[in-house]
Design a protein around this ligand. Structure first.
Ligand code: GUN
Ligand code: ZN
Length: 442
């Protein structure tokens, strides 16, 4: 057991209505092992009410610091770290000119292993403790990233990027000695599920890159795999860019919409997370809600690539799940603060339509408890285990120093309520605000 005395930020259990942040100026967080030996939150609340429980427990006092849940990044590309900040006229030229040439390099185990070390360092430096990540179309990259995450005890979900057409030949999934590339990619995915899924804090995601780079046979196979492994995740991209949508409609004309293509192949359900979800109609939104699939909103990427603005009003009116994501390397930052600020700016677009804007509590929730809910890592009582610091949650958290820069110190000192404090950190924060990232250890 160990206790921390600091200011504490966490979220009330989910219920109808807007998410509610909880804040304790002089708080106590008690962590200790659960039945499986993993460090989890044992108690959280005010120091005055809880300190008696900690008589025999070492207490680390962190005056002036705020402990908050580790951030959850719902969509990030591990092999795109090097191409962050590569300008293009839009998604498809960006993929062709920067993304595909870089991802080819991940066929090399040495290249992938070095990049995995850097990638995980960067996540942790930025306070990200849970990720749903894309690897490349080579098993080497999946193995490299899982191995690195396992070494650090990081909660990480990833999978082999499925692509059997419309990409450079050496980036397409490779055929086996007896079988074609499509079948081999599905066999490789299944072997990786068996090797990694559920091992410690790791999970597997069936990962068709996006419909245009898969044949019908590959999407069908991915759907069949999903049916056989109902607790693995599914991740892909959808409705990000108008040229991409036109292409997907041409390739899959029988489907009602681009999104429906995934449904037609059995790829929509709980634990299916689709990046972007910008250019939707209400039938798409209803399909998201009814299937239990969720959106990974990636506002820095959407602004950088000129893709469009996620429609928060539409999502809330119909009612499907979503959370925030960096989408590095289309996204421009690993920092959850940069992503939350970009989401605020994107939310202004909907404000003009519906009179709503995103509150700082809501933005923070989208990158922590809200994103954790989307991932569906749950305890036996059905409550999410990541993205929050309620008792029972895995003890992944950040220690924030609100005086990390002169301007942060000046601005946060002026905050007269929780919203002002959170907003100051969202607008001015970056990796300097993260003094420490603590990962739950087994
Ligand atoms: N659509 C298909 N692949 C990608 C990718 O790597 N990044 C983004 N942003 N969109 C995609
Ligand atoms: Zn992406």
């Amino acid at each position: 057991m160990k206790a921390y005395r600091a200011s504490l930020l966490w979220f009330a259990p989910h219920h109808e209505g807007p998410p509610q942040a909880l804040y304790e100026e002089d708080g106590l967080l008690l962590v200790g092992p659960n039945a499986a030996g993993l460090q989890v939150v044992q108690a959280i609340g005010s120091w005055r009410e809880l300190y008696a429980q900690c008589a025999q427990v070492p207490v680390e006092h962190l005056p002036g610091r705020i402990i908050a849940p580790g951030f959850v990044d719902l969509h990030v590309h591990f092999p795109q770290t090097n191409i962050i900040g590569s300008p293009a006229s839009g998604l498809l030229p960006w993929l062709e000119n920067y993304t595909f040439p870089e991802e080819k390099r991940f066929a090399s185990m040495d290249y992938a292993a070095e990049a995995a070390g850097f990638f995980v360092d960067e996540l942790l430096r930025n306070g990200v403790t849970t990720t749903l990540a894309f690897a490349s179309s080579h098993s080497t990259s999946v193995n490299a990233l899982f191995a690195e995450a396992q070494k650090r005890s990081l909660r990480l979900i990833t999978g082999l990027c499925l692509m059997d057409r419309n990409a450079p030949a050496d980036l397409l999934n490779q055929p086996g000695s007896q079988v074609d590339a499509t079948l081999q990619s599905l066999l490789d995915s299944e072997a990786l599920i068996q090797q990694w899924h559920g091992k410690g804090r790791l999970g597997y995601a069936i990962t068709p890159r996006f419909a245009p780079t898969s044949t019908d046979a590959q999407l069908r196979g991915a759907g069949e795999l999903a049916e056989r492994y109902p607790d693995v995740w599914i991740q892909s991209h959808v409705a990000e860019n108008l040229h991409e949508i036109a292409w997907a409609r041409e390739l899959f004309p029988a489907s009602r919409s681009y999104l429906s293509t995934y449904d037609d192949f059995g790829l929509m359900r709980e634990r299916a997370v689709y990046a972007h979800c910008i250019h939707f109609d209400d039938a798409d939104r209803a399909l998201m809600r009814e299937s239990g699939a969720s959106a990974a909103i990636s506002p820095t990427s959407n602004l950088f690539l000129g893709s469009g603005f996620f429609d928060y009003e539409g999502a809330d009116r119909i009612g499907f799940g979503y959370g925030l994501a960096s989408d590095v390397g289309g996204g421009t930052s690993f920092s959850p603060f940069h992503t939350m600020l970009a989401a605020y700016n994107v939310g202004r677009e909907g404000q003009t339509k519906a009179g709503l804007s995103l509150s700082p509590q809501h933005l923070w929730w989208q990158h922590t408890a809200g994103a954790g809910r989307v991932l569906g890592v749950k305890g036996t009582d059905g409550q999410p285990l990541v993205g929050n610091l309620l008792p029972g949650c895995e003890a992944d958290f950040v220690v924030l120093n609100p005086k990390a820069t002169p301007l942060l110190a000046r601005k946060t000192a002026l905050a007269s309520n929780l919203d002002e404090l959170l907003f100051s950190m969202i607008v001015l924060g970056d990796d300097r605000l993260i003094e420490r990232t603590v990962i739950s250890q087994a």
